[in-house]
Design a protein around this ligand. Sequence first.
Ligand code: ADP
Ligand code: MG
Ligand code: ZN
Length: 476
Amino acid sequence: MTYELVIGLEIHAQLLTDTKAFCRCPNRYGEPPNTLTCPTCLGMPGALPVLNRNVVEQSALLALALNATIHPHSKFDRKNYFYPDLPKGYQISQFDEPFSSGGWQDVEGEWGMKRIRITRAHIEEDAGKSLHQDDGSTVVDMNRCGVPLVEIVTEPDFRSESEAAAFITAVRELLRYIRVCDGNMERGSLRCDVNISVRPLGQTALNERTEIKNLNSIRAVERGILCERERQIRIYESGGQVIRETLLWDEATEEIRPMRRKEGADDYRYFPEPDLVELTVSPEEIERYRDGLPELPNVRRKRYREQLHLHEEAVAVLSGDREQGDYFEALLRLGVDARTAAGWMQGEVRRALTSENRDMADFPLAPSALAELIQAVERSTISISVAKDVFRKMLTDGRSARAIIEAENLSQVSDESELRLIVERVLAENPDELAKYKSGKRNLMSFFMGQAMKATRGRANPNRLAELLQELLDTP
Ligand code: ADP
Ligand code: MG
Ligand code: ZN
């Protein structure tokens, strides 16, 4: 029997707000345990939550980026469950009236382009974190309690582990791009639960599913899906039934093990959060958020391919990294040709970033400074190899291209009389080679070119130099 894999994802993204969702505690990772807490996020009796407006702004950007509809009214609900990392005994979430619903995201891969439907993207708060100690005890850190999350739920549209991985990659790229989440799966600022079922190929009804949690890398997601697929197929092949349950991925052993029977919605006893008013977003606000949205990676990718005809490698980098793409765009606005600009981005700029292990965000040269340098090459003021030296100098001492070219007298020598003097001197200094050339060793031309270039420290305009050399060599 051939089985088809069916997957739906639930992605939790921690928002990059300065403070938590419903209190004014800082939203920061890596602080000493239990130092970022207050009566509100610890759930002390009488403490009241107040929604952080920045959570709405970031969630709105994300919803729009996912092509979802933001609802003018949504409401918060309490999701009740008991767990040591949840001091309130409930999580503020959204149940039947989510912030947004009905979006999509295209994913590209060996299957071509596929549109994944997004069921909803709602706002909720994070829980704390249990830390299991070596001595067998467990302690809890509440710093994460109340950190804002957006939960993105997809339709069961994935048919392979690679499609799911491509989606997570695309969403992570998008989150970083619009600067609402750092997308760090190891630290848990991006988490993904995977719902999986298998069915005989051709069957339209969905079979029972399980959910895997604790997958903290894209590789783990792929491995987890494949393990679970095999497990479910084995169950059906031996005449059994898959039961709805939550499974945990064990990174160390690369195995899945049962966690608990999946609670149905009833077990969470959802009810409206009485301490928060309903969330309203006006059409004007939505328009304002839409205006604040940058050109998104998929749109950029298409434009770079189809209109600018960039190489696929440049397309990937410049459309995937917002800072690099924006820098590139700034070069274009300054009049630099697209392919030339992409060449510099992929070449010197990238080398400079990797050698110093920097991000584009703290790249020291303004686009206008680089554009001036590139334009010096295009106007033949300097050669490309001199330009690369100037570029490195600009990075280290902060001078402008023009200042370096002038101070170090690097302008290309195109001046007829100056070049003629140099060529004459080179010929006079190399009488043997000149004689051999005259007797037919025409390939000595490149030797003379090299000598003349050396005499000008690489500054000679190569075309003019070649013409002059030819002329002088061929005069009897
Ligand atoms: P719950 O409310 O129990 O979390 P949802 O209906 O919200 O269930 O679905 C949660 C996730 O599971 C969604 O991403 C959805 O696409 C996925 N899903 C639902 N049914 C199946 C199935 N039979 N096989 C695989 N994934 C499924
Ligand atoms: Mg769910
Ligand atoms: Zn707090």
